[in-house]
Design a protein around this ligand. Structure first.
Ligand code: PLP
Length: 445
């Protein structure tokens, strides 16, 4: 496979862009090699500037639920663009998108549109602090909620520790307001409340974490969190930036409500991104009218944005959600299951010990022998970030490189979920399956 044009562009970009990219993981730091520069994408395929075509299992890092350049979404964007790119005034489409969210997620009565997932979680926490009059936040090690200062807290292990900054440039004074605890560890959350009575404004969690690989919440964990927060007067912020409108029409929260062991709970605030914008910069937070009314201009918690509710971006979101019906979710789930199962079987056939974990159509692989590495998740995989980190991560780069060489674009990090779309048809899936024997052998070496 020829990557000459990408290599030349990467060299050019390195000159004028830090690390050559505008978001770190795109630089291929953990898998090595030169990132292919994208030229176009259609359905399940991405084409790079050298003309190589890949089956895309990154899907824009999640937003492309319907596949790339879905004709109805493109038409909606073109139509909106022709009517004006940005108004700085309210539009009917913003209300329509908010209504679509309210219809799908029962606990949400009001929605504020923003442009990125980072803004959504940052605003949700400011709102939680403004609403409760408290300062501290609890987050889970390995959960990613975007790059706002207070959420870039290092992931410590063990019981609740006041976090150190996970990035240069973040004052300790800010991350000291964030308590980091291990995921799936209710006792650690309880201990944080005991240690800081009346001081914790919110617990923020990924509805189901997929940023340390997929690590499902144990059955009933989210419900117990909601009960604990409610008893302690803190808010539960359910971050569905990644899972929202992807794992089902009401996100991972909605899927859990179908189960007797996991259902019967609700969060105080929900955050969305990715699919809600269909590939354009739209994100949102939502909750009860009572809590949301504390946001400006109705309430004292300030939040604003020149591009919030941008008409072109919102048009992509509305078109995407309008098409995301039961049939779409069934197709995404089925395609994901085929790829997940076949990859796991191929790894086993090649003698590569691994665990595969999924929440609906989101899945990822963790390399190594779980019994030897001490994984304690309910399905035999890792249950928190510490356990994830014990894996044989060095097996992923050769596996990744072999898949890329065979025309399959995987996430360039072992700690990311694989993203399938409704456009992944038999032909695309067969191409993934055909690449597996050589790639899994590469992982075995
Ligand atoms: N929350 C979660 C769960 C995410 O996965 C992400 C991004 O991957 C974010 C928040 C941040 O979203 P954005 O990259 O749009 O700022």
């Amino acid at each position: 496979m020829n990557h000459e044009a990408s290599a030349a562009l990467f060299a050019r970009s390195l000159d004028v862009t830090p690390g050559g990219v505008n978001s770190p993981v795109r630089a291929y730091g953990s898998v090595g090699g030169t990132p292919p520069f994208a030229a176009s994408a259609k359905g399940p395929y991405l084409t790079d500037v050298d003309g190589n075509e890949y089956v895309d299992l990154v899907s824009g890092w999640g937003p492309m639920l319907l596949g790339h350049a879905h004709p109805a979404v493109v038409a909606a964007v073109q139509d909106a663009a022709a009517r004006g790119l940005s108004f700085g005034a309210p539009t009917p489409a913003e209300t329509q998108l908010a209504e679509l969210v309210v219809e799908r997620i029962a606990p949400i009565e009001q929605v504020r549109l923003v442009s990125t997932g980072t803004e959504a979680t940052m605003t949700a926490l400011r709102l939680a602090r403004g609403y409760t009059g408290r300062d501290l936040i609890v987050k889970f090690a390995g959960c990613y909620h975007g790059h706002s200062d207070g959420l870039l807290a290092a992931a410590g292990s063990g019981l609740a520790t006041l976090a150190l900054p996970g990035s240069a440039g973040v004052p300790e004074a800010i991350t000291s307001q964030t308590i980091v605890v291990p995921f799936n560890d209710l006792e650690a959350v309880r201990a944080a409340f005991v240690e800081h009575p009346g001081e914790i404004a919110a617990v923020i969690t990924e509805a189901s974490p997929a940023n340390m690989g997929v690590v499902p919440p144990e059955p009933g964990f989210n419900r117990a969190l909601a009960e604990l927060c409610s008893a302690e007067g803190a808010l539960l912020v359910c971050d569905e930036v990644l899972t929202g409108f992807r794992t089902g029409p009401a996100g991972w929260w909605g899927e859990e409500q179908k189960s007797e062991t996991s259902g019967g709970w609700q969060a105080d605030l929900y955050t969305y991104g990715k699919v809600i914008g269909g590939g354009m910069p739209v994100a949102a937070l939502g909750g009860s009218r009572e809590i949301m009314s504390h946001l400006a201009p109705q309430g004292p918690v300030y939040q604003a944005g020149t591009l919030s509710g941008n008409p072109v971006a919102v048009a992509a979101g509305i078109a995407t959600l309008a098409l995301a019906d039961a049939d779409v979710y069934a197709r995404v789930d089925a395609a994901a299951e085929r790829i997940r199962t076949a990859t796991s079987e191929a790894l086993t056939a090649a003698g590569v010990a691994h665990s595969v974990q999924n929440v609906g159509n989101l899945f990822s692989f963790t390399f190594g022998d779980g019994a030897a590495l001490g994984w304690t998740g309910t399905g035999g995989g890792p249950r928190d970030e510490d356990e994830v980190k014990r894996q044989e991560a060095w097996r992923y780069p050769p596996f990744f490189a072999a898949m890329l060489d065979a025309g399959v674009n995987l996430p360039p990090s072992v700690f990311e979920a694989w993203f399938v779309s409704a456009a992944h048809d038999d032909a695309a899936i067969e191409r993934v399956l055909a690449a597996l024997p050589a790639a899994t052998r590469a992982a075995a070496d």
